[in-house]
Structure formats: structure tokens, C-alpha cells
Design a protein around this ligand. Structure first.
Ligand SMILES: NC(=O)c1ccc[n+]([C@@H]2O[C@H](COP(=O)([O-])OP(=O)(O)OC[C@H]3O[C@@H](n4cnc5c(N)ncnc54)[C@H](O)[C@@H]3O)[C@@H](O)[C@H]2O)c1
Length: 239
């Protein structure tokens, strides 16, 4: 079994690459940070798993298509690479929106299309959305990019169903990764206190959900969004 995990130099992507390798996948680790991607692959191999890495800027369409070509048929693709940025709505520019779409949406669409063209029946695609797709303040451009990921997931699930390809998304809440550093206005303790469970999520918590949706046992679940947020979207709590 072969998997591609994008953005796997650190955070959720790295935890996912380690988890999929432990589940028996040969993992292609792809990230703009070539050295850190190589370190993820080396860690997998040190654990007895199979992995290779590629340094790639996924906004480079030619490089992305070459990656899909080189990988050939894959059983699971995890579209995890993404960026985050905090900016008040009043200060947002069209360029801010374009940049979010260029990194968080377009490569996901292009890579899924290229991989799906070569994928065997039963292949699984897992896209990283965010619980923020439901709405959040001070990063409307990120919210919009993740709402696009959810829309694409649902549309691609329908269009790829005929080829037997399953397409799902995971929508994490607040997860303790490097991405959290962009939220320097809020300290981690205060963020944790806002969560019903009173804790932040770990990259491994998200990797578990991704591993389920990437598993060869998945057969009858497609077009779904699995929210992994410690109950944050439930509402009805004080804090
Ligand atoms: N951390 C959270 O709280 C959280 C919450 C909801 C959703 N997410 C989503 O989960 C995914 C992973 O986030 P994370 O928290 O692990 O963040 P992270 O910043 O640790 O990881 C993102 C990875 O994507 C890579 N990347 C960025 N742009 C790239 C490009 N152009 N080409 C190739 N690689 C690129 C980065 O180098 C990095 O390794 C993202 O899609 C993010 O939006 C994270």
C-alpha cells in the first residue's frame, strides 16, 4: 500500500505519515521544507517503516504534476499542507484571499485530480479542512479556504464515486502545532480553557481520524467531514 502525505515535515502531517507507516503504508512525504520532510521519512525508516521524501512547493503546478506522475498509483492521498494567518476582516486584501486559495485550495484540487487519474478502485483521499469552515473571526480568508475544501470534498466524492474512490475530510479544532504560533495574541492556556474538554488537541488525535479515513477497510463512507475538536462546535457551554 502506498500513500502520499503533503505538508508532512511537521505537525499533523508528520504525525499522519508516522501513523500511516505504522499501519503498513509506504509513505511519500511531500513538503516545501525538504530537510524536515527528509527527517520525517528518516524517522519512519528508523521505526522499521517504508518512506521517501520530496521537497516540493505545491503551488508549483509543474512540480505537483511531476510528483503525481512519479508516485504512480497510490492507495491513499492526504492533502494536509496548508497555511494560516490572522488578520481582521477590515484589513484583508484580495491578495490575502488569493494567497490562501493558492496554497490551501488549488494544490488540493490539482493533486487530487492527478492522483485520481492513476488511482486504483478503492483509493482514499483525505482532505484537511478545519472546524473554522463553520465560521470564525479574524481569519475570514482561511475560513473561506477551508469552506472551499469542504465543498470540493463533497463534489469530488460524487464525481469520483464511479471510479470507486472515497473522498472525505477531517476538520480539526485547535491543535497544538506550529500553526498555533500564528495566534500569538492568545496564549495556549486561554485557548485550552475555551474548549469544552479544557485541552488542546494533539497532532496524533487528528492523525488517528485521518488513518481511519485512509484505511483500506473504509468502504462505505464518502463525502463526509469528521470534526476532531474536543467538542468545540457543540455550543451550549460557558467559556
Ligand atoms: N493546528 C491547528 O489548529 C489546525 C486546525 C485546523 C486545521 N488545520 C489544518 O491542518 C493542516 C496541517 O496543519 P498543522 O497544524 O500541522 O500546521 P503546520 O504549519 O505544522 O504544517 C503545515 C505544513 O504544510 C507545509 N506547507 C505549507 N505550504 C506549503 C506548500 N506551498 N508546499 C508544500 N508544503 C507546504 C508546511 O511546510 C508545513 O510543514 C493544515 O491544512 C491546517 O490548515 C490545523
Amino acid at each position: 500500500m502506498k500513500a502520499i502525505v503533503t505538508g508532512a515535515a511537521g505537525g499533523i502531517g508528520k504525525a499522519t505519515a508516522l501513523r500511516l507507516a505504522a499501519d503498513g503504508f509506504s509513505v511519500l512525504v511531500a513538503d516545501i521544507h525538504a530537510e524536515r520532510a527528509a527527517a520525517t521519512a528518516a524517522e519512519i525508516r528508523a521505526n522499521g517503516g517504508l518512506a521517501e521524501s520530496r521537497g516540493i512547493d505545491l503551488t508549483d503546478r509543474a512540480a505537483l504534476l511531476a510528483l503525481a506522475d512519479e508516485a504512480g498509483p497510490v492507495d491513499a492521498l492526504v492533502n494536509n499542507a496548508g497555511i494560516f494567518d490572522v488578520r481582521a476582516f477590515a484589513d484583508l486584501t484580495a491578495d490575502d484571499f488569493r494567497r490562501m486559495a493558492e496554497v490551501n485550495v488549488i494544490p488540493l484540487f490539482e493533486l487530487t485530480r492527478a492522483v485520481a487519474a492513476r488511482a486504483p478502485r478503492g483509493a482514499r483521499i483525505v482532505n484537511l479542512a478545519s472546524r473554522a469552515y463553520l465560521g470564525a473571526s479574524h481569519y475570514a480568508h482561511y475560513v473561506a479556504s477551508k469552506a472551499a475544501v469542504v465543498g470540493l470534498t463533497r463534489a469530488m466524492a460524487l464525481e469520483l464515486a464511479g471510479k470507486g474512490i472515497l473522498v472525505n475530510a477531517v476538520a480539526p479544532g485547535v491543535i497544538d502545532t506550529d500553526m498555533l504560533k500564528a495566534r500569538s495574541d492568545t496564549d495556549r492556556g486561554a485557548l485550552a480553557a475555551q474548549q469544552p474538554l479544557g485541552i488542546l488537541g494533539r497532532a496524533e488525535d487528528v492523525a488517528d481520524a485521518i488513518a481511519y479515513l485512509a484505511s483500506p477497510r473504509l468502504a462505505f463512507v464518502t463525502g463526509q467531514v469528521l470534526i476532531v475538536d474536543g467538542g468545540r462546535t457543540l455550543g451550549g457551554f460557558i467559556g
